[in-house]
Ligand binder design. Structure first.
Ligand SMILES: *Cc1c(COP(=O)(O)O)cnc(C)c1O
Length: 375
């Protein structure tokens, strides 16, 4: 075997996204023990930074030591008990995964099926909540990475409250790219990922739980169906009143990376970060129009950080993606499910949301499309 030296790619797909060099550099620093006092100080800073990022006072805010899917599972497995009815909104890949999580947690999912590429209509969600008065939780995806659609999280959370439901919100692609206001919107359980808009490497999932969520967990009559993700156990390590104790070995160097990405985020300012995502999106959309490409999603519900670009009639979408990768060193994403072959997914997430990246991507796309016409 030999050491592995990957090519430098520009990651502009649905994630992982371009990692900032400062994050990589932070991760190469000496490993500390996971109970080292200096490392515990770093953990406190990460929790504080995540609270600021999520705009919450929730004390139960920390990164799960695993990717976004584990953050998802952490929310469902802790909050859902045997027989709990959960209304799940599905308008892409990740809503279906939520439904699977409800099933595996012993709950009863009620699916609200919404057309891919469109946003959930709050009136439809209200109908489902009305029709299922026994429902305890409403779960939905804020930024659907499979389609590039943004849900009205504020409106959906307000509805859930009116019908006495807690909320579980997928903010894997939204956090850091667009406003996510946990306390103001009244979100009860939320999970995200390090590798989308935070300019960090994959493998960590920031989560946050409200007091109401913790109350439901406290009143459980059955054991949480996952030992690793059981919040009350994990928090002995992340919070540890009267001294932290060993739960699992934290991914120490990965947490250096997340810490650095938070440092950079607050150096830039959260509002400025959202603005940068918005502005690079506008630049991309206008450049795409110049080369005859348009977006799938209605302007009003488009995510700036995930752009679903319609593949023109007669174009081999896979060939364009492989030319982008091989000739231009840029990764873009393919469509999934009913959108397979119909769209490309261009991510402008975190460190990839820069004018230079948009320019490179447009040049690459233009050349890759032309190469297709010539062959
Ligand atoms: C990427 C993503 C996930 C899963 O995150 P992983 O880190 O790949 O496990 C979940 N939900 C959404 C909306 C995502 O974009």
């Amino acid at each position: 075997m030999k050491s592995f030296y990957p090519e430098k790619r520009l990651l502009m797909g649905p994630g992982p996204s371009d990692v900032h060099p400062r994050v990589l550099e932070a991760m190469a620093r000496p490993t500390l023990g996971h109970l080292d006092p200096d490392f515990q100080e770093l953990m406190e800073e990460i929790k504080g930074g995540l609270k600021e990022l999520f705009k919450t006072e929730n004390r139960m805010t920390f990164p799960v030591s695993a990717p976004g899917s584990a953050g998802m599972e952490s929310c469902f497995v802790n909050l859902v008990e045997e027989g709990d009815v959960v209304v799940v909104v599905k308008n892409g890949v990740f809503g279906e995964r939520m439904r699977q999580n409800v099933l595996r947690s012993g709950g009863v999912p009620v699916l609200v099926d919404v057309e891919w590429g469109t946003a959930p209509d709050p009136a439809l969600i209200e109908d489902a909540l009305k029709a299922n008065p026994q429902a305890k939780i409403l779960a939905f995806v804020h930024a659907e990475t499979s389609t590039g659609v943004c849900a009205d999280a504020e409106a959906l959370c307000a509805l859930a409250k009116n019908y006495g439901c807690l909320t579980i919100v997928d903010a894997v692609t939204s956090l850091g790219g667009i406003p996510v206001l946990v306390d103001e919107w009244g979100i009860d359980a939320i999970y995200s990922g390090s590798q989308k808009c935070l300019s960090c490497t994959p493998g960590l999932s920031p989560v946050s739980f409200s007091e109401a969520a913790l109350e439901k967990i406290k009143n459980r009559t059955s054991l949480v169906r996952s030992w690793f993700l059981d919040l009350t156990l994990v928090m002995d390590y992340w919070e540890g009143e009267g001294g932290r104790s060993y739960h699992h070995t934290a991914p120490v160097n990965a947490l250096y990376g997340l810490h650095e990405s938070l440092v950079m985020l607050f150096e830039e300012g959260l509002e400025a970060t959202w603005k940068r995502h918005r502005e690079t999106h506008e630049m991309l959309v206008s450049g795409l129009a110049d080369i005859g490409l348009s977006l799938l999603v209605d302007e009003a519900v488009r995510l700036p950080q995930l752009n679903a670009v319609s593949v023109p009639e007669g174009v081999d979408e896979a060939a364009v993606r492989s030319r982008m990768l091989n000739d231009h060193g840029i990764e873009i994403g393919a469509g999934l499910g009913p959108l397979a072959g119909k769209i490309w997914r261009i991510g402008l997430m975190g460190n990839a949301a820069r004018p230079e990246s948009v320019k490179r991507c447009l040049e690459g796309l233009s050349a890759s499309l032309a190469a297709g016409h010539n062959s």
